[in-house]
Ligand binder design. Structure first.
Ligand SMILES: [Fe+2]
Length: 304
């Protein structure tokens, strides 16, 4: 309504101005013509209406363009405001997400510390149960890591290898002391019971989802490449289990046992070579022996 009145007002003023200019010109012209007064006034009125219509139409187009321009500018400003508000909200959400992520990472670090601490506690408890194997789990872990790196393992694979090396004998927790610490040779029944420890170990760690990657190590570290191992006579043995088998066998030989004294390192290495390819993986035995000789050459004591 407001737009229509403004347009009419301006159109009338413009039409009046144009009309009076035309009147002046026509007066000059008619004063020298033969037209009668009636026809002359009719021409004036028609001209006035034509000029008024044209002026109204011109201003209508101008005001419509102006209105569209104003609407476009208002829309642009509205969109810019919306974008600014959206950017502010996105920044606030990002900050909130970053804070929550940092908190989650702190919680994950604490959980990981607790997890690693629990595993080490289990390994110590396991070793302490049998005074003859004191430090066995840690030595197996350190040697297994050295061999694993040489064999190309990295990242999570190495972490799982370390954890599996520490807990590979966790199933022995379920074996009676009189068998585990027996000073003499084991009977066939006792040996059968000892040989249940890989499966017992798998059953112990199965409820802990985070430990599932080490199940192949715990279950298969007594399997043999010639298929005469236990518990499954597996020939296609996972790499990590083959590594643990080699370093575990060596540490068992150079450690004092209830039924025999500790073996000399060179004698143990000789036995490793003898069973290479049948009882133990040939390539891993070679890598491990090379590592032991490099340790000696560097003057580093064996990890005991
Ligand atoms: Fe074992």
């Amino acid at each position: 309504m407001k737009w229509s009145l403004t347009r009419t007002k301006w159109a009338t003023i413009f039409a009046a101005l144009v009309f009076f200019v035309i009147i002046e010109l026509l007066t000059e012209l008619v004063s020298r013509s033969i037209l009668v007064d009636g026809v002359r006034w009719l021409i004036y009125i028609v001209l006035f209406l034509i000029v008024l219509t044209l002026a109204n139409l011109a201003f209508s187009i101008f005001e419509r363009d102006q209105t569209e321009k104003d609407t476009y500018v208002r829309e642009l400003e509205y969109r810019r405001k919306l974008e600014e508000e959206a950017n502010d909200e996105i920044t606030a959400i990002n900050e909130m997400v970053n804070r929550q992520l940092e908190e989650l990472m702190r919680m994950a670090d604490r959980l990981k510390d607790a997890y690693v601490g629990t595993i080490n506690m289990l390994a110590i408890a396991l070793d302490e149960r049998d005074s003859y194997t004191h430090g066995h789990s840690d030595r197996v872990r350190r040697w297994a890591l050295a061999v694993g790196k040489q064999m190309g393992l990295e990242g999570r694979e190495l972490e799982d290898l370390a954890t599996g090396a520490i807990l590979h004998d966790i199933g022995k927790i379920g074996i009676e002391d009189n068998i585990l610490r027996k000073p003499g040779p084991l009977s066939s029944d006792e040996r059968a019971k000892i040989e249940t420890h890989p499966v017992r170990g798998e059953q112990i760690i199965a409820p802990v989802k985070e430990l599932h990657p080490i199940i192949p190590i715990v279950r298969n570290h007594h399997e043999r490449p010639d298929g005469h191992g236990y518990p499954s006579k597996l020939k296609d043995i996972p790499l990590a289990a083959r590594i643990v088998a080699v370093v575990d066998a060596y540490d068992a030989m150079v450690s004092e046992r209830p039924y025999r004294p500790a073996m000399e390192a060179e004698d143990a290495r000789h036995i490793l070579r003898e069973v290479s390819g049948t009882q133990l993986d040939a390539e891993i035995v070679q890598v491990f022996l090379q590592h032991l000789y490099e340790e000696e050459a560097d003057g580093r004591p064996e990890p005991r």
